[in-house]
Design a protein around this ligand. Structure first.
Ligand code: HAM
Length: 419
């Protein structure tokens, strides 16, 4: 019996878990600044929810769903449940189920949690990954779309990352049919050059032809959505672009950007990083003005995005990834110093320092080596003599300097050194 983890699933420990947690903390801080409300939705939903939102022709629904079966044959929900591959459908379902589409349609949600997709695993592409997602409901204005990209740009700045924004407008229920028709015609003319998947989806979702993996250059001859936009959609797209340009968010219009999910209308965008390798899409989103109604709610507009937390963590530089878990280690020399050392650790933590006590079983040199390996900057060392005199030996492991500090001044001395 092999008790290893499943392919495409990760164990995150040590520095890699800290890197992911760091990104999550910064994402939560962005959520606070943008006055977003957290929403927590189930991992497991009815399969139909995803079929009616993500789309029956999407790769997610066709190939990537983890379906859940109960053992009992009599279970009425047998085979009808799926682990969520994305957050948007569940958020919209919860919004409708709470009656908010009618009672209080303007809502600003964020969520943070695992999603599951049966994809071919590679660096940056996992079968379980974490999304930080935002859904702004009841906002039809272009400022809402721009606000989403401002959030991602704020996170980019806080993390010190280089990101590229690509945007497009896919039109709405009025102008999309003509574009769809033009793509269908183009697709039929090029059918022989298109992949197997495209042959399947040409009639049901010709927009996806632009994602054909066989020959990326082929899409360059396809009709552009921008040539088909109605006046309203064009004005909306102009406003989004003007807002981004004013805020100096660096973006590029990609007239052939389509998304792999069916619910998008008007604005669609993707954010990439050059630092991640081939799986470089770190965030994506767009407007979905028809989704609330399609899932049985009122006619309410919506727009949102999701960030792949692990991909952002991969894009961070190595020194940040290796950031230490503690500011200071406490080393007690000998059995009798152990209890007073624990009390000192407690005092330091009350001063908001991150403190780790090392097991006193080894000698001082070995303990200092361990502290260094942990990447910790400071070591506070106490023996019987220090305890009696109310002092601590404070060692800076980076500069290899050591000084004696009064116990009452210890927190301030550490803070000054690690600043
Ligand atoms: P998505 O493009 O499918 O959109 O996923 C958003 C982000 O999740 C991607 O850009 C990527 O960073 C991350 N991601 C997706 N699949 C994986 C994977 N297998 N491994 C690692 N990271 C991954 C959505 O999910 C939409 N719900 C976004 C949205 C929200 N649109 C409107 N509101």
């Amino acid at each position: 019996m092999e008790l290893t983890r499943l392919r495409g699933f990760q164990d995150l420990l040590g520095a890699s878990a800290r890197a992911v947690a760091h990104v999550e903390e910064l994402a939560r801080a962005v959520a606070r600044r943008y006055a977003l409300d957290e929403i927590r939705i189930p991992m497991l939903e009815r399969l139909e929810l995803f079929e009616h939102s993500s789309g029956e022709t999407s790769d997610i629904v066709q190939k990537q769903m983890y379906l859940v079966r109960r053992h009992e044959d009599s279970d009425p929900e047998r085979g009808e449940m799926a682990l969520r591959p994305e957050g948007t459908p569940g958020v919209v379902r919860a919004y409708i189920e709470a009656g908010l589409d009618k009672s209080d349609p303007e809502q600003r949600f964020f969520y943070l949690g695992p999603m599951l997709r049966y994809e071919r695993p590679q660096k940056g592409r996992y079968r379980q990954f974490t999304q930080f997602g935002v859904e702004l409901l009841g906002r039809a204005d272009a400022a809402a779309d721009a606000e989403l990209m401002f959030m991602i740009d704020d996170l980019r700045r806080d993390l010190g990352l280089d990101l590229t924004f690509e945007i497009n407008s896919l039109g709405d229920a009025r102008c999309r049919p003509a574009y769809r028709e033009a793509l269908l015609e183009w697709g039929r003319a090029h059918l022989a050059e298109l992949c197997e998947d495209c042959h399947q989806r040409i009639d049901r979702n010709p927009l996806r032809l632009l994602d054909c993996k066989v020959d990326a250059r082929l899409a360059e001859s396809a009709p552009k959505s921008s040539d088909f936009l109605c006046d309203e959609c064009r004005r909306h797209f102009d406003q989004v672009r003007a807002l981004l340009a004013d805020a100096k968010v660096p973006f590029r219009v990609n007239a052939r950007l389509v998304r792999g999910l069916d619910y998008y209308t008007r604005t669609a965008f993707e954010v990439t990083s050059t630092a991640v390798g081939s799986q470089n899409a770190v965030a994506a989103g767009g407007r979905y003005d028809g989704l609330v109604a399609a899932l049985g709610g009122a006619a309410v507009a919506g727009t949102g995005f999701a960030i792949g937390i692990e991909r952002i963590a991969l894009a961070l530089d190595a020194t940040r990834l290796a950031a230490a878990r503690a500011d200071v280690v406490l080393i007690a020399l000998g059995e009798t110093a152990m209890l007073p050392a624990a009390a000192i650790a407690h005092e330091l933590r009350a001063n908001a320092l991150r403190v780790e006590m090392l097991s006193p079983e080894r000698g001082l040199r070995a303990l200092l080596r361990r502290a260094d390996r942990l990447g910790v900057r400071m070591a506070a060392i106490v023996g019987e003599d220090e305890i009696a005199r109310g002092v601590v030996q404070l060692r800076d492991l980076k500069t290899s300097t050591q000084s004696e500090v009064a116990r009452g001044d210890l927190a301030a001395s550490i803070r000054a050194a690690i600043k």
